[in-house]
Write a protein that binds this ligand. Sequence first.
Ligand code: GUN
Ligand code: ZN
Length: 427
Amino acid sequence: MLPPFVLTGAAASPSGPNAMDFWPNAAVAVDERGVILYAGDASKLPEQLQSLPRQHVEGVLFPGFIDAHVHLPQLDCRGRFGETLLHWLHDFIYPAESRFVDDAVARDVARRFFRALIAAGTSTAMVYATSHARATDIAFEEAERSGLRIIMGNMLMDRGAPEPLCVPVREAMLETERLIERWHRATPLLRFAISPRFAPACSSELLRAAGALASKHDLHIQTHFNETPEEIASVHSLFPDAAHYAEMYHTTGLLGTKTVLGHSVHTGIPEVQLLSRTGTAVAHCPDSNLFLGSGRFPLELHQQHGIRIALASDVGAGTTLDMLSVMRSMCHAQGRSLHPFLPLFLATLGAAEALNLQDETGSLAQGKSADIISIPLPVRAGSQGDLHSRTAVDLASALVFTGSYESVLRHWVGGRELSATPATTVR
Ligand code: GUN
Ligand code: ZN
C-alpha cells in the first residue's frame, strides 16, 4: 500500500489510432493500490481528491510506453552488421545467447536490461529470455526487482542452432512447466509467455507442445513470423505440407487472441485473413526491419483486416530501447506522411489492446494502473511554458519527430516510482 497522491503538470494520453487527449494543466490522482482515480483537467479534479498531497512534475505526463517484442540477452548485440537475418543470428546472436549458461552473465545483463527499460520510459515489455531455464529464473528475479510489468518466457528451440541453445522437447516442456508454476502471476506485474523462437528453429513436435502448453495455462504466445524472404523459404522447405507460414503456426496451435507475432513484414492476403480470423496480434518492429533490411511492414493491409498492432523495439536487431525513436522509424519506414497520433497509440493503448492488457495499462484513465512517465519536452519544441499554447497534434508531432530519449524524467509503475540507478531500482 502506498500513500495516495496527485501529480500535476501537462499530461497527454492516446485514446485511439487517430486521437490523443491533451491537458496543459492536468491532475492525475493515484490511490493506495496504485490505481488511477482521476486523470484530466486539474480544474475538474473531484472535490474529495483535492486534499491529497500534490507533486508538480516537469515535462509531459504520459502513459508508460509498451515494448511488445524485445530480447533481453541481446542488449549488448545492437548494431552488429550481418548480411541477412540468418547470418546475423548465427554470427552474433546465438553466440551471445550461449553465454547465458553462466549465471553471472545472465544476472549482469538482466539487471542492466531492466534498468535500461526504466530509463527509456518503458513500463511494460513482452520479453524473450534465452533457452536456459536457470537464466530465465534469473531474468524473472530481476524483472520482479525492477518493478516493471513484464511478460516473458524462455526461448524454445530444438534445431538449427548451436547445441547449447537447443533443448529437446520433453526437457523443454518440463522446464517450461516449472517456470510457469514459479513465475506466471507470481506478482500482479509478472506473466509468463510461451516463446518458440520461430519455425526454422523448432521441430513441429516442439511447436505443437508449445501450443498445447499455452492453451493449458491460458498464456500469451510470442514468436517470429514473415520477417525476411530467406527465413520464409526455409519454412517452406522445412514444412512443405503447409500452405503458408501462418497456416503452419495455426495447425500447431500457436495462433489466437493471446498470440503476438513479431514482424509480419512479408504477409499477404490469405495469411492476414487467417490472423484476423484467429484474432492474432502483431508486433511491428520498424527499427529492426530497417537495420536488417527486412522490408516495409504492410501497415494498411493489417489495419484493413483489423489486426491488433503493437510497436516494438526488437532489440538487438532493433538498435535502441527508446520507443520514441522506434515511433520515428515507423513513420520514416512507411515512406509516406504518417500522423504522429498513430505511433504514439501503438506504443501505449494500442499495444495494451494487442497484449490484452487494456484494462490494466496503456492510458491515463480512471481504473487503470498508474503506469506513468514524464517525458522532457524536446529541446527544439520550445519551453515548458509554450505547452499551454500547443495543440495535441503539435505536442505529438514534437515528441515523435524530434524527441529521442534514452532517459525519461520520472517513471511510475502501479503508482510506485522506479529509478534506473544501480543502487535501488524501486524508489
Ligand atoms: N528470428 C528468430 N530469432 C530472431 C531474433 O532473435 N531476432 C530477430 N530479429 N529475428 C529473429
Ligand atoms: Zn525478435
